[in-house]
Design a protein around this ligand. Structure first.
Ligand code: NAD
Length: 280
C-alpha cells in the first residue's frame, strides 16, 4: 500500500515507518520536524497543507491508500493544555477531513491508554481494564483522545465504507528504556498510574500493521500493550496493595498485562513479541 504516516519522526512513528517499509509498503512521513531525507514537513494544524500533502507531494508520492495518524503532542504537561487541545484536535480533524475529501477509506490512528482513566486516582471499575466501559479522560490531552474517538464514530456513520481504527497505546518504550525497569519494583506506586503497563515500539508498529491489514469498515478501539507488566512483583500483590476493593475479572496471571489486549489479539491478530524481560 501507499501509506501516509503522520508523526513519523517521533518515538513511535520512527518504528512504524521502518516496519511498514520493511513490509514492502511505500511510506511517506508527514511531520513538522525531522531530517530532510526522511520527512515532508507539514504543519497538520493547517488544513491546506494537510489535504495537499496527503493528495501528493512532488518527488515523494502521488496518492495514498491508507493513513496512519500518529502526530500529536503525546502527553499532558508537554505544552499548555490549550496548545495540546488546539494542536491535537485540529490535526486529527484535518487528517480525517482530508481523507474524506480525497476518498481515502482506511485510517489507523493513535488513541491512548489515558482514556481508560489514567492516572487511576479514581480506581478502575475492574481489573484487567478493557474497552468495554465508557472513557474516563482525566486531562485535556486525554479529553482530546476521547473526542477524537467520538469524531471517528460519527464519520464512519456518514460513510459506511470508511474504516477508522483507534489504537489505545500504552506507554511506548524503546529497547534503551528497559534498563530502568528493574528500579520500578521497589515502589508499587511509581507505575500504578497505568496499571504497570507499557508497549514496545516494535509491537506498537505491529499493531498498526495488523490494523491496516485486518480492520473492517466502521470504527473500533483497541488497547495495545505488551503481554506483561513492567514489574517482577506479582499482579496479585500489586493490586492488593494499590487497588484493594477493585473487582478482578478472570485469572490475573503472575505478570500478565492488566491492560487487556484480548480484543486486539482476537480481532486484529495482534501478538506482542517483545518484553523487557528478554532485553539484556
Ligand atoms: N509515547 C507514549 O507513551 C504514547 C502512549 C499512548 C499514545 N501515544 C500517542 O502516540 C502518538 C505518537 O506518540 P510519540 O510518543 O511517538 O510522540 P512524539 O512526540 O515522539 O512524536 C509525535 C510527532 O508528531 C509531530 N507533530 C505533533 N504535532 C504536529 C503538527 N501540528 N504538525 C506536524 N507534526 C506534528 C511531532 O513533531 C512528533 O515528531 C501520539 O498520538 C501520542 O499521543 C503515545
Amino acid at each position: 500500500m501507499r501509506i501516509v504516516v503522520t508523526g513519523g519522526s517521533g518515538k513511535l512513528g520512527r518504528t512504524v515507518v521502518r516496519t511498514l517499509r520493511d513490509e514492502g509498503h511505500e511510506v511517506v512521513n508527514l511531520d513538522r520536524f525531522g531530517e530532510r531525507e526522511s520527512v515532508t514537513r507539514v504543519d497538520l494544524t493547517d488544513y491546506g497543507q494537510v489535504i495537499d500533502a496527503i493528495a501528493g507531494v512532488d518527488d515523494r508520492h502521488s496518492g495514498t491508500d491508507a493513513i496512519v495518524h500518529l502526530a500529536a503532542i503525546p502527553a499532558p504537561g508537554i505544552a499548555s493544555d490549550v496548545e495540546t487541545f488546539h494542536n491535537n484536535i485540529t490535526s486529527t480533524f484535518n487528517v480525517f477531513q482530508a481523507a474524506r475529501r480525497l476518498g481515502i477509506t482506511r485510517i489507523v490512528y493513535a488513541s491512548s491508554e489515558t482514556v481508560l482513566g489514567l492516572p487511576f486516582d479514581v480506581p478502575p471499575p475492574y481489573i484487567p481494564v478493557d474497552e468495554e466501559y465508557p472513557a474516563r479522560p482525566e486531562s485535556t490531552y486525554s479529553l482530546v483522545k476521547h473526542l477524537e474517538e467520538q469524531l471517528a464514530i460519527e464519520l464512519v456513520r456518514w460513510n459506511p465504507e470508511l474504516s477508522i481504527t483507534a489504537l489505545r497505546f500504552s506507554n511506548v518504550m524503546d529497547p534503551d528504556d528497559y534498563a530502568a525497569f528493574p528500579s520500578f519494583d521497589g515502589d508499587a506506586s511509581l507505575r500504578k498510574w497505568n496499571l504497570w503497563g507499557y508497549i514496545d515500539g516494535r509491537d506498537g508498529a505491529q499493531a498498526v500493521s495488523r490494523a491496516l491489514a485486518n480492520a473492517g469498515p466502521g470504527f473500533e478501539r483497541y488497547i495495545i500493550a505488551a503481554a506483561d507488566t513492567v514489574m517482577s512483583r506479582s499482579n496479585a500483590e500489586l493490586v492488593a496493595e494499590m487497588f484493594p476493593g477493585v473487582s478482578i475479572r478472570g485469572e490475573l496471571g503472575v505478570n500478565d498485562t492488566l491492560l487487556s489486549i484480548e480484543k486486539a489479539r482476537r480481532e486484529l491478530g495482534f501478538a506482542p513479541e517483545h518484553s523487557w524481560r528478554d532485553a539484556s
